[in-house]
Design a binder for this molecule. Structure first.
Ligand code: GLN
Length: 341
Protein backbone atom coordinates (compact mmCIF):
# COMPACT_ATOMS: atom_id res chain seq x y z
CA UNK A 1 0.00 0.00 0.00
CA UNK A 2 2.77 2.36 1.06
CA UNK A 3 4.47 1.61 -2.26
CA UNK A 4 1.43 2.56 -4.31
CA UNK A 5 1.03 5.89 -2.51
CA UNK A 6 4.73 6.57 -3.04
CA UNK A 7 4.41 5.73 -6.73
CA UNK A 8 1.39 8.01 -7.14
CA UNK A 9 3.27 10.80 -5.42
CA UNK A 10 5.96 10.65 -8.09
CA UNK A 11 3.57 10.18 -11.01
CA UNK A 12 0.42 12.24 -10.43
CA UNK A 13 -1.19 10.68 -13.49
CA UNK A 14 -0.72 6.95 -13.11
CA UNK A 15 -3.02 4.49 -14.78
CA UNK A 16 -4.75 2.36 -12.16
CA UNK A 17 -4.43 -1.33 -12.92
CA UNK A 18 -6.91 -3.84 -11.46
CA UNK A 19 -4.78 -6.63 -12.90
CA UNK A 20 -2.48 -7.00 -15.87
CA UNK A 21 -5.33 -7.27 -18.35
CA UNK A 22 -7.41 -4.39 -17.06
CA UNK A 23 -6.87 -0.67 -17.34
CA UNK A 24 -9.09 1.73 -15.39
CA UNK A 25 -8.75 5.39 -16.30
CA UNK A 26 -10.62 8.40 -14.98
CA UNK A 27 -11.91 11.19 -17.19
CA UNK A 28 -9.79 13.69 -15.26
CA UNK A 29 -6.68 11.59 -15.93
CA UNK A 30 -7.49 11.73 -19.64
CA UNK A 31 -7.96 15.51 -19.46
CA UNK A 32 -4.63 15.97 -17.72
CA UNK A 33 -2.76 13.78 -20.17
CA UNK A 34 -4.33 15.64 -23.12
CA UNK A 35 -3.24 18.94 -21.55
CA UNK A 36 0.29 17.58 -21.01
CA UNK A 37 0.45 16.41 -24.64
CA UNK A 38 -0.71 19.83 -25.81
CA UNK A 39 1.86 21.69 -23.66
CA UNK A 40 4.77 19.43 -24.68
CA UNK A 41 4.06 19.38 -28.40
CA UNK A 42 2.67 22.87 -29.01
CA UNK A 43 5.98 24.52 -29.86
CA UNK A 44 7.33 21.72 -32.05
CA UNK A 45 8.29 23.24 -35.41
CA UNK A 46 8.99 20.11 -37.48
CA UNK A 47 7.23 19.48 -40.77
CA UNK A 48 5.89 21.83 -43.39
CA UNK A 49 2.42 22.75 -44.62
CA UNK A 50 1.34 20.87 -47.77
CA UNK A 51 2.08 23.19 -50.69
CA UNK A 52 1.13 21.11 -53.73
CA UNK A 53 -2.38 22.43 -53.00
CA UNK A 54 -1.59 26.20 -52.91
CA UNK A 55 -4.38 27.08 -50.46
CA UNK A 56 -2.96 24.78 -47.78
CA UNK A 57 0.46 26.42 -47.88
CA UNK A 58 -1.03 29.61 -46.41
CA UNK A 59 -2.85 28.12 -43.43
CA UNK A 60 -1.48 29.31 -40.06
CA UNK A 61 1.13 26.66 -39.28
CA UNK A 62 0.82 27.18 -35.52
CA UNK A 63 -2.79 26.01 -35.25
CA UNK A 64 -2.98 22.96 -33.00
CA UNK A 65 -5.81 21.13 -31.31
CA UNK A 66 -6.57 17.81 -29.65
CA UNK A 67 -10.04 16.31 -29.24
CA UNK A 68 -11.40 13.14 -27.67
CA UNK A 69 -14.93 11.78 -27.71
CA UNK A 70 -15.85 9.02 -25.27
CA UNK A 71 -18.50 6.36 -25.74
CA UNK A 72 -20.94 8.28 -23.51
CA UNK A 73 -20.69 11.27 -25.84
CA UNK A 74 -18.49 13.32 -23.51
CA UNK A 75 -15.94 15.37 -25.43
CA UNK A 76 -12.58 16.75 -24.34
CA UNK A 77 -11.11 19.59 -26.42
CA UNK A 78 -7.87 21.52 -26.02
CA UNK A 79 -6.46 24.14 -28.40
CA UNK A 80 -7.83 25.07 -31.82
CA UNK A 81 -10.50 22.39 -31.86
CA UNK A 82 -13.22 24.54 -33.44
CA UNK A 83 -11.09 25.69 -36.36
CA UNK A 84 -12.46 24.26 -39.65
CA UNK A 85 -9.53 22.92 -41.71
CA UNK A 86 -9.50 20.91 -44.95
CA UNK A 87 -10.60 17.35 -44.16
CA UNK A 88 -8.65 16.05 -47.20
CA UNK A 89 -7.92 12.32 -47.04
CA UNK A 90 -9.67 11.75 -43.75
CA UNK A 91 -12.87 12.02 -45.84
CA UNK A 92 -11.88 8.78 -47.57
CA UNK A 93 -13.02 6.98 -44.43
CA UNK A 94 -16.44 8.62 -44.46
CA UNK A 95 -17.12 7.77 -48.10
CA UNK A 96 -15.76 4.24 -47.68
CA UNK A 97 -18.38 3.79 -44.95
CA UNK A 98 -21.04 5.18 -47.29
CA UNK A 99 -20.33 2.72 -50.10
CA UNK A 100 -20.00 -0.17 -47.62
CA UNK A 101 -23.43 0.83 -46.37
CA UNK A 102 -24.84 1.06 -49.92
CA UNK A 103 -23.20 -2.07 -51.38
CA UNK A 104 -22.07 -4.19 -48.41
CA UNK A 105 -18.50 -4.86 -47.25
CA UNK A 106 -17.97 -7.83 -49.61
CA UNK A 107 -18.82 -5.86 -52.76
CA UNK A 108 -16.43 -3.07 -51.76
CA UNK A 109 -13.71 -5.70 -51.34
CA UNK A 110 -14.43 -7.01 -54.85
CA UNK A 111 -14.82 -3.65 -56.58
CA UNK A 112 -11.98 -1.74 -54.87
CA UNK A 113 -10.03 -3.95 -52.42
CA UNK A 114 -8.77 -3.81 -48.85
CA UNK A 115 -5.01 -4.07 -49.20
CA UNK A 116 -2.22 -1.76 -48.13
CA UNK A 117 -0.33 -0.32 -51.09
CA UNK A 118 2.83 0.50 -49.11
CA UNK A 119 3.15 3.48 -51.43
CA UNK A 120 2.30 7.20 -51.30
CA UNK A 121 -1.37 8.19 -51.27
CA UNK A 122 -1.34 9.48 -54.85
CA UNK A 123 0.61 6.60 -56.38
CA UNK A 124 -0.13 5.63 -59.97
CA UNK A 125 2.44 2.86 -59.74
CA UNK A 126 0.28 1.20 -57.03
CA UNK A 127 -2.59 0.83 -59.51
CA UNK A 128 -0.31 -0.80 -62.08
CA UNK A 129 1.31 -3.10 -59.49
CA UNK A 130 -2.05 -4.37 -58.28
CA UNK A 131 -3.06 -5.34 -61.82
CA UNK A 132 -5.63 -2.59 -62.28
CA UNK A 133 -6.99 -2.73 -58.76
CA UNK A 134 -7.26 0.46 -56.66
CA UNK A 135 -6.30 -1.66 -53.54
CA UNK A 136 -8.26 0.23 -50.87
CA UNK A 137 -10.76 3.11 -50.65
CA UNK A 138 -8.26 4.90 -48.39
CA UNK A 139 -5.76 5.91 -51.10
CA UNK A 140 -6.55 8.40 -53.87
CA UNK A 141 -7.28 5.79 -56.54
CA UNK A 142 -9.66 3.82 -54.34
CA UNK A 143 -11.27 6.98 -52.99
CA UNK A 144 -12.02 8.29 -56.50
CA UNK A 145 -13.39 4.85 -57.34
CA UNK A 146 -15.48 5.00 -54.12
CA UNK A 147 -16.95 8.37 -55.17
CA UNK A 148 -17.87 6.80 -58.51
CA UNK A 149 -19.77 4.07 -56.66
CA UNK A 150 -21.88 6.44 -54.53
CA UNK A 151 -25.55 6.06 -55.43
CA UNK A 152 -27.53 7.31 -57.23
CA UNK A 153 -25.22 6.66 -60.19
CA UNK A 154 -25.25 9.41 -62.80
CA UNK A 155 -26.61 12.22 -60.59
CA UNK A 156 -23.80 14.43 -59.33
CA UNK A 157 -26.01 16.68 -57.15
CA UNK A 158 -27.72 13.78 -55.39
CA UNK A 159 -24.43 11.95 -54.95
CA UNK A 160 -22.93 15.07 -53.34
CA UNK A 161 -25.92 15.50 -51.05
CA UNK A 162 -25.54 11.83 -49.98
CA UNK A 163 -21.82 12.25 -49.30
CA UNK A 164 -22.41 15.37 -47.16
CA UNK A 165 -25.34 13.81 -45.29
CA UNK A 166 -23.20 10.79 -44.45
CA UNK A 167 -20.38 12.97 -43.11
CA UNK A 168 -22.93 14.99 -41.12
CA UNK A 169 -24.36 11.83 -39.53
CA UNK A 170 -20.88 10.56 -38.68
CA UNK A 171 -19.63 13.77 -37.08
CA UNK A 172 -22.95 15.04 -35.71
CA UNK A 173 -22.96 18.42 -37.48
CA UNK A 174 -22.73 19.64 -41.05
CA UNK A 175 -19.28 20.28 -42.58
CA UNK A 176 -18.94 23.45 -44.70
CA UNK A 177 -17.19 23.51 -48.06
CA UNK A 178 -14.05 25.69 -48.09
CA UNK A 179 -14.66 27.19 -51.48
CA UNK A 180 -11.14 28.57 -51.97
CA UNK A 181 -9.63 25.19 -51.12
CA UNK A 182 -11.95 23.49 -53.62
CA UNK A 183 -10.90 25.96 -56.33
CA UNK A 184 -7.22 25.64 -55.45
CA UNK A 185 -7.31 21.85 -55.47
CA UNK A 186 -9.42 21.62 -58.64
CA UNK A 187 -6.95 23.84 -60.49
CA UNK A 188 -3.93 21.73 -59.55
CA UNK A 189 -5.12 18.10 -59.31
CA UNK A 190 -3.41 16.86 -62.48
CA UNK A 191 -2.11 13.67 -60.86
CA UNK A 192 -5.59 12.75 -59.64
CA UNK A 193 -6.98 13.38 -63.13
CA UNK A 194 -4.53 10.78 -64.47
CA UNK A 195 -5.61 8.36 -61.75
CA UNK A 196 -9.30 8.79 -62.60
CA UNK A 197 -8.76 8.09 -66.28
CA UNK A 198 -6.34 5.21 -65.66
CA UNK A 199 -9.02 3.62 -63.47
CA UNK A 200 -11.52 4.17 -66.26
CA UNK A 201 -9.17 2.32 -68.59
CA UNK A 202 -9.19 -0.64 -66.18
CA UNK A 203 -12.95 -0.61 -65.60
CA UNK A 204 -12.61 0.50 -61.98
CA UNK A 205 -14.58 3.73 -62.29
CA UNK A 206 -18.27 3.04 -61.94
CA UNK A 207 -19.64 6.44 -63.03
CA UNK A 208 -18.37 9.34 -65.11
CA UNK A 209 -14.60 9.76 -64.34
CA UNK A 210 -14.60 13.59 -64.32
CA UNK A 211 -17.68 13.71 -62.11
CA UNK A 212 -16.18 11.13 -59.73
CA UNK A 213 -12.94 13.10 -59.50
CA UNK A 214 -14.88 16.32 -58.87
CA UNK A 215 -16.84 14.70 -56.03
CA UNK A 216 -13.62 13.42 -54.53
CA UNK A 217 -11.97 16.86 -54.79
CA UNK A 218 -15.03 18.53 -53.26
CA UNK A 219 -15.23 16.13 -50.32
CA UNK A 220 -11.52 16.70 -49.65
CA UNK A 221 -12.25 20.46 -49.55
CA UNK A 222 -14.83 20.25 -46.80
CA UNK A 223 -13.95 22.13 -43.64
CA UNK A 224 -13.97 20.00 -40.51
CA UNK A 225 -12.89 20.55 -36.91
CA UNK A 226 -10.89 18.17 -34.77
CA UNK A 227 -13.93 17.97 -32.48
CA UNK A 228 -16.01 16.73 -35.43
CA UNK A 229 -13.34 14.19 -36.37
CA UNK A 230 -13.13 12.88 -32.81
CA UNK A 231 -16.91 12.37 -32.91
CA UNK A 232 -16.65 10.55 -36.27
CA UNK A 233 -13.95 8.29 -34.84
CA UNK A 234 -16.06 7.70 -31.72
CA UNK A 235 -19.03 6.78 -33.94
CA UNK A 236 -16.88 4.11 -35.61
CA UNK A 237 -15.55 2.97 -32.21
CA UNK A 238 -19.16 2.78 -31.00
CA UNK A 239 -20.35 0.42 -33.76
CA UNK A 240 -21.94 3.07 -35.97
CA UNK A 241 -24.02 4.93 -33.38
CA UNK A 242 -22.94 8.53 -32.98
CA UNK A 243 -22.37 8.82 -29.20
CA UNK A 244 -23.27 12.53 -29.19
CA UNK A 245 -26.43 12.61 -31.33
CA UNK A 246 -27.35 8.90 -30.88
CA UNK A 247 -28.00 8.72 -34.64
CA UNK A 248 -27.17 5.35 -36.20
CA UNK A 249 -24.79 6.43 -38.95
CA UNK A 250 -24.07 2.91 -40.27
CA UNK A 251 -24.73 -0.77 -39.54
CA UNK A 252 -22.67 -2.15 -36.69
CA UNK A 253 -21.27 -5.01 -38.84
CA UNK A 254 -19.29 -2.40 -40.79
CA UNK A 255 -17.35 -1.11 -37.77
CA UNK A 256 -14.75 -3.89 -37.86
CA UNK A 257 -14.04 -3.83 -41.63
CA UNK A 258 -13.77 -0.02 -41.77
CA UNK A 259 -11.44 0.00 -38.75
CA UNK A 260 -9.33 -2.69 -40.41
CA UNK A 261 -8.98 -0.53 -43.53
CA UNK A 262 -7.90 2.41 -41.36
CA UNK A 263 -5.34 0.25 -39.53
CA UNK A 264 -3.94 -1.19 -42.75
CA UNK A 265 -3.29 1.97 -44.73
CA UNK A 266 -4.26 5.02 -42.64
CA UNK A 267 -0.70 6.39 -42.74
CA UNK A 268 0.10 5.15 -46.27
CA UNK A 269 3.74 4.02 -46.47
CA UNK A 270 4.17 4.72 -42.75
CA UNK A 271 1.18 2.66 -41.59
CA UNK A 272 3.31 -0.10 -40.06
CA UNK A 273 5.52 2.32 -38.14
CA UNK A 274 2.41 4.09 -36.86
CA UNK A 275 0.65 0.95 -35.62
CA UNK A 276 3.88 -0.29 -34.04
CA UNK A 277 4.46 2.90 -32.07
CA UNK A 278 0.95 4.28 -31.45
CA UNK A 279 -1.22 1.15 -31.35
CA UNK A 280 -4.33 2.85 -32.70
CA UNK A 281 -5.91 2.64 -36.17
CA UNK A 282 -5.85 6.22 -37.47
CA UNK A 283 -6.39 8.13 -40.71
CA UNK A 284 -4.56 11.25 -41.79
CA UNK A 285 -5.11 14.10 -44.25
CA UNK A 286 -2.72 16.64 -45.79
CA UNK A 287 -4.82 19.40 -44.23
CA UNK A 288 -3.16 18.36 -40.95
CA UNK A 289 -5.95 16.33 -39.39
CA UNK A 290 -5.69 12.83 -37.96
CA UNK A 291 -8.48 10.78 -36.42
CA UNK A 292 -7.92 7.58 -34.42
CA UNK A 293 -10.40 4.85 -33.57
CA UNK A 294 -10.04 2.88 -30.34
CA UNK A 295 -12.88 0.35 -30.61
CA UNK A 296 -15.30 0.45 -27.69
CA UNK A 297 -13.26 3.13 -25.91
CA UNK A 298 -12.96 6.46 -27.72
CA UNK A 299 -12.39 8.50 -30.82
CA UNK A 300 -9.40 10.82 -30.81
CA UNK A 301 -8.34 13.54 -33.20
CA UNK A 302 -5.62 16.09 -33.50
CA UNK A 303 -4.94 18.85 -36.01
CA UNK A 304 -1.81 20.82 -36.89
CA UNK A 305 -0.96 21.84 -40.49
CA UNK A 306 2.75 20.94 -40.84
CA UNK A 307 3.10 17.44 -42.33
CA UNK A 308 5.92 14.94 -42.88
CA UNK A 309 7.11 13.44 -46.17
CA UNK A 310 4.22 10.94 -46.27
CA UNK A 311 1.61 13.71 -45.80
CA UNK A 312 0.86 13.02 -42.13
CA UNK A 313 0.67 15.85 -39.55
CA UNK A 314 3.78 15.85 -37.38
CA UNK A 315 2.24 17.37 -34.25
CA UNK A 316 -1.01 15.44 -34.50
CA UNK A 317 0.96 12.19 -34.68
CA UNK A 318 3.03 13.16 -31.64
CA UNK A 319 -0.07 14.17 -29.68
CA UNK A 320 -2.05 10.99 -30.31
CA UNK A 321 0.99 8.81 -29.68
CA UNK A 322 1.73 10.64 -26.42
CA UNK A 323 -1.82 10.15 -25.16
CA UNK A 324 -2.03 6.48 -26.17
CA UNK A 325 1.29 5.61 -24.60
CA UNK A 326 0.75 7.56 -21.35
CA UNK A 327 -2.68 6.03 -20.82
CA UNK A 328 -1.40 2.57 -21.82
CA UNK A 329 -4.06 2.34 -24.50
CA UNK A 330 -3.26 0.05 -27.43
CA UNK A 331 -5.52 -2.13 -29.58
CA UNK A 332 -2.94 -4.91 -29.38
CA UNK A 333 -2.23 -5.05 -25.63
CA UNK A 334 -5.32 -7.16 -24.84
CA UNK A 335 -6.32 -4.94 -21.92
CA UNK A 336 -9.92 -4.22 -21.07
CA UNK A 337 -10.27 -0.47 -20.70
CA UNK A 338 -12.67 1.03 -18.18
CA UNK A 339 -13.19 4.76 -18.24
CA UNK A 340 -14.79 6.10 -15.06
CA UNK A 341 -15.77 9.59 -13.89
N1 GLN B 1 -7.05 15.87 -51.80
C1 GLN B 1 -5.72 15.41 -51.54
C2 GLN B 1 -5.17 14.72 -52.76
O1 GLN B 1 -5.92 14.10 -53.46
C3 GLN B 1 -5.76 14.49 -50.36
C4 GLN B 1 -4.42 13.85 -50.03
C5 GLN B 1 -4.23 13.53 -48.58
O2 GLN B 1 -4.83 14.13 -47.69
N2 GLN B 1 -3.30 12.63 -48.30
O3 GLN B 1 -4.03 14.80 -53.05
Amino acid sequence: MGRIVHCCAILPISVKKQNDMSNTITVSQIKEIVQQAYNEIKSNTSGKNADYIPFLANIDKDLFGISICLMNGQTINIGDTNYAFGIESVSKVHTAILIMQQYGAQKVLEMIGADATGLPFNSIFAILLENDHPSTPLVNAGAISACSMVQPIGDSDKKWATIVKNITDLCGSAPQLIDELYKSESATNFNNRSIAWLLKNYGRIYDDPDMSLDLYTRQCSLGITSNQLAITAATIANGGINPVTKVQAFNKELAAPITSLIATVGFYEHSGDWMYTAGIPAKTGVGGGIMGVLPGVMGISSFAPPIDSAGNSVKAQLAIKYIMNKLELNVFNGKQVHIVD
